[in-house]
Write a protein that binds this ligand. Sequence first.
Ligand code: AMP
Length: 526
Amino acid sequence: MNKITVGITLGIDLGTTNSVVTCLDEAGQPRIIKNSEGDFTTPSVICMLPSGEMIVGKEAKNLAAAYPECVVREIKRQMGKVDGDGKPIAFFVDHNGKEWTPEELSALIIKKLLNDARLYTGHEVGDIVITCPNYFRDDARTATINAGKIAGAHVLDCMDEPTAAATFYGLNHNGADMRRYMIYDLGGGTFDVTIVEVSNGEVKAIATDGARDLGGTDWDLRVMARIASECQAKGITLDPDIDAAMCQEAKDRAERLKESLSTRSEAVFNMRAGSEQISFTYTRDEFESDSADLLEQTAEKVRSALNSVNMNPADIEDTVLVGGATRMPMVRELINKIMGKDARQDTDVDLVVAQGASISAAHMAKQDGRKVYSIIGSEILSLPGGSFTNVAAHALGCAAIDPDNGLEGFTPIIKKNTALPASCSETFALTDERQTTADVKVYQGQEGESLEDCLHIDTVTLSGLPCGPTNEPRIEVKYEYSRSGIVHVTVTDLKSGKSQVGEISHQMGLSDEEIDSAAKNIKENS
Ligand code: AMP
């Protein structure tokens, strides 16, 4: 029996479709941890059977066609969604009527990854870093961190996926000359593009853009539309309310057909639907034409990321493809067209984010004065290069009245793409000379966005203010954005010296007690 003494440091890529967990070897190089099924990737799928049995990963995915109502997937798309009271929404209801939040469901996936890491390495789990899309706002980042805590882990941070991918390249490029990479990340449910600068082993993201609801699943839906029309021609309606199992099977087959078309110019679809056999040949050309608008959406984001930092494709050394959906040949063709050269061939599109996350986890643990342990439980004393600087994926500001038109709008204080951690302040005047209270409404959004479209994070109230004229700049709003994009706000009345700090990262989503209770709950139920 091994004596368990240390907790190894892990990086987790918590994907919409698949998740990966990694640690470092004694030389500080990333090592992928195989799950208990012997695979490097674990489907982010959960099956809760009526018997109470709970299954996570490949077997849960395999059960989807037989038990569609028991299977929950694409949980990541729900992260950070809250109800009117700011509490996480219920995303799944099991057979006992228990409602599961996205945080709890993600915690079940993380728990499996941690258990598999324990089994594979024979050691306890120590600090972890979980990745998320760059454009996840504060609500979704906090939800991701909470999921890790519910799974019982010590979460150092929630870091951006493209930065993690670039960190892996930073490790391998220690030259003093600065190189710029573009990370084009198209996973199952999300897309983002990030431009990073790498020099001396340090990675700095300088621009980012993306679409939260765009991913390989949307390409599947285009194949599904074709399947639905073939079914319709035979008098069969594909509708989950009529036949959920048939719909799920069609969806699984649509995904496989899409994947076949990455290596073949045409593929045959075959499925039994009731008494009919649905069979047709689908060509890559047809597929590419049916999904051209989706690809174009990613092209627009690439151009806008380049424009945001006044760069041309020639300023970028290489494009790194990340995410399973980048295997579609149309993606490489697009990159070639826009960037004028092919994307790098030497990337493992499924693993690179987790590989970078484990390097970052080690660096963060070191920065926090914690020990870093390798896959064999030995302490890693010196780490290879690969530190990183993150940028703000969203502008952070507050609601303020524009004196020119009297309308309340979003005033950015920390601009998008500012290097993190960052601290910026802006001073405002009161709107009424009898005013003794200032409400600072904190928003996260994009510059030029209307207040309704921005994310209202919190309101910090400063009361007991001495009255004064309305043209006097006196309310200083200082924002501190941590390296993971979590926000702290300090509001100070410069006239009276009164100050109020908003612990925003703690006020969103779940409280500490709620996290403890969710952790107890998944322990009992899984
Ligand atoms: P990820 O979230 O990075 O695990 O990516 C999952 C997505 O990649 C899913 O939509 C998969 O269908 C898609 N994918 C995986 N392999 C391929 C492939 N060979 N061709 C096209 N899409 C793929």
